[in-house]
Design a protein around this ligand. Structure first.
Ligand code: C2O
Length: 530
């Protein structure tokens, strides 16, 4: 094990990933930001220099932050924001976290503006079950993309005029690139040039592990490569009994590894990320399929002519919807996904919590907000729960939507119920949970089918529209952990709650000096003290 140090400078800049120039936030001048690649067991240190004129903070999505809850990066819950013009050093271990993960800003909605990147934790060869299953690997970051920064988008979204309709993406990107038709650019005076697509250069007859990350703000995608099948071997860091598929739905925050074998005619093929159009607000002139090129060696640089799996019937008079757009709004079938290292279903349940997702208009300001059990999460206070909690008895404001889990090793079940027409990818911090049920309608204990044998373990699971998802985890990780919808707009609008896990143990832990010091800095003007 080594200590791996990364130096990051966070700046405001402009960039044109798809040819359309817009203001962005960047780490080390790159989008996506720098990739962190380490071996399991290494210690990661990230020295963040905040050169913005607003605060920031970073979250390590996929890491349980065991023993390091101070560095989980959630303002209002477990850390104070990093004030503008200052440095902060994150340190955390990677003991049980090999796999495909990612990092993103967790202060307000900064990640939508560009503060995202991959974290790859390699399993040591002695213990890697897939050591001989592939020859090379590539990281593929997919995301929706907006031509305006979050400032104006949010101003509209959080006003009565939006009627709760989320901002609609203008494009999507694969590894920070895509083309855009400048005739469609809004507002029309934005500087627009033809963008480029990402090109993957592959050798024939080799096996490529593709590590796919959806680092977008809202849109789910269906990933595929024309004329190739994909062998799924990892979901959110959990190695799986391989399954063969044509395409993989990847929702916000989720990751999959698939193995693609270059055993087709040595030509060029499209790699596709199809928008979950069917689950996004109103249709736009958005390009429904985001493309990259897979070039076999020797095939030249000509654009692929391959076709996708959905070919509309030219004789049909009815408009035809690509079933892919529907499929993209769901998770891969829970009953087909099983970890390679089996673990029995967690039981008996000591605490079962039903969480109902809803949206409603506030009568006083006419703004539509999201609610979990009729509580909407208010803006992050400057002073995080975890710091307050360490001094006094646990006492919270309903607006901060806190639940406490007191008993070590108790098994917690969360039933996420969604009666709405949209899907919601839910992420729990601090844990890799078991997904024990997922389906349509209302969950009924004892009646709805459980994935009881070796359920998949992951950290982000989709709650299907008009459906449910049930997760379980063991309370063995002291900290303050967020549970939220990973549609980033819904974080702003209130689909967030927090768990104070094992407060007694947490109080007995030693707060790292610099984490405590960060909370001594007075909040900048415009923030309330707590
Ligand atoms: Cu990836 Cu709280 O988020």
């Amino acid at each position: 094990p080594r200590n791996r140090i990364f130096f990051w400078k966070v700046t405001a800049s402009t960039l044109a990933p798809d040819g359309v120039t817009r203001p962005v936030l960047l780490v080390n001048d790159k989008y996506p930001g720098p990739k962190i690649e380490v071996n399991r067991g290494d210690y990661i240190t990230v020295v963040v220099q905040n050169a913005l004129d607003v605060p920031t903070s970073f979250h390590w999505h996929g890491f349980t932050m065991r023993d390091d809850p101070w560095y989980d990066g959630v303002p209002g819950m477990n850390q104070c924001p990093i004030p503008p013009g200052t440095n902060f050093t994150y340190t955390f271990g990677t003991d049980n976290t090999s796999g495909t993960h990612w990092w993103h800003a967790h202060f307000e909605n900064q990640y939508i503006d560009g503060l995202v990147g991959a974290i790859i934790v390699h399993e040591p060869p002695e213990t890697d079950p897939f050591l001989h299953a592939y020859d090379e690997e590539r990281t593929i970051i997919i995301s929706d993309w907006y031509h305006q920064p979050t400032g104006p988008l949010l101003a509209h979204y959080l006003s009565p005029d939006s009627h709760g309709m989320e901002p609609v993406p203008n494009n999507g990107l694969i590894n920070g690139k895509h083309t855009f038709n400048c005739a469609n650019v809004i507002p029309a005076d934005l500087k627009c040039e033809k963008g480029e697509r990402t090109v993957f250069h592959f050798l024939p007859n080799r096996r490529y592990r593709l590590r796919i990350i959806n680092a977008g703000a809202a849109a789910p995608f269906l990933f595929s490569v024309d004329q190739h099948q994909l062998q799924v071997i990892e979901a959110d860091g959990t190695n799986l009994n391989p399954i063969l598929v044509d395409s993989v739905p990847v929702n916000n925050g989720q990751r999959y590894s698939v193995i693609l074998t270059t055993n087709q005619e040595p030509k060029n093929y499209w790699m596709r990320a199809e928008f979950g159009l069917d689950c996004l607000p109103k249709p736009t002139n958005l390009d429904p399929v985001i493309l990259a090129e897979v070039r076999y060696q020797g095939a030249g640089a000509a654009e692929p002519t391959s076709v996708g799996r959905f070919v509309p019937d030219p004789n049909s008079k009815e408009p035809q919807i690509n079933p892919a757009f529907v499929e993209a709004c769901k998770d891969l079938d829970l009953f087909q996904l099983h970890p390679l290292q089996p673990v029995p279903i967690l039981e008996p349940i000591s605490k079962s919590i039903q969480v109902r997702i809803s949206f409603k208009k506030n009568e006083t300001d006419n703004i539509v907000r999201g609610y979990l059990n009729d509580i909407t999460y208010a803006a992050d206070p400057w002073n995080p729960t975890m710091m307050q909690n360490l001094k006094d008895v646990v006492q919270y404001d309903v607006a901060q939507h806190v639940m406490t889990i007191d008993k070590r090793d108790s098994i917690v079940q969360i039933i996420l119920d969604n009666s709405l027409g949209g899907e919601h990818p839910f992420h729990l911090h601090g844990h890799v949970f078991q997904v024990v049920a997922q389906g349509e309608g209302l969950y009924e204990e004892g009646k709805s089918q459980l994935s009881a044998v070796n359920p998949v373990r992951r950290d982000t699971a989709t709650v299907p529209r008009k459906g449910y998802t049930v997760i379980r985890f063991k309370a063995d990780n002291p900290g303050v952990w967020a549970l939220h919808c990973h549609i980033e707009w819904h974080v702003t609008t209130g689909l967030v709650m927090q768990f104070v896990e094992l407060p007694d143990e947490l109080r007995a832990m030693h707060i790292p000096k610099q984490a405590a010091q960060l909370c001594e800095v007075p909040p900048p003007a415009g923030f309330k003290a707590d």
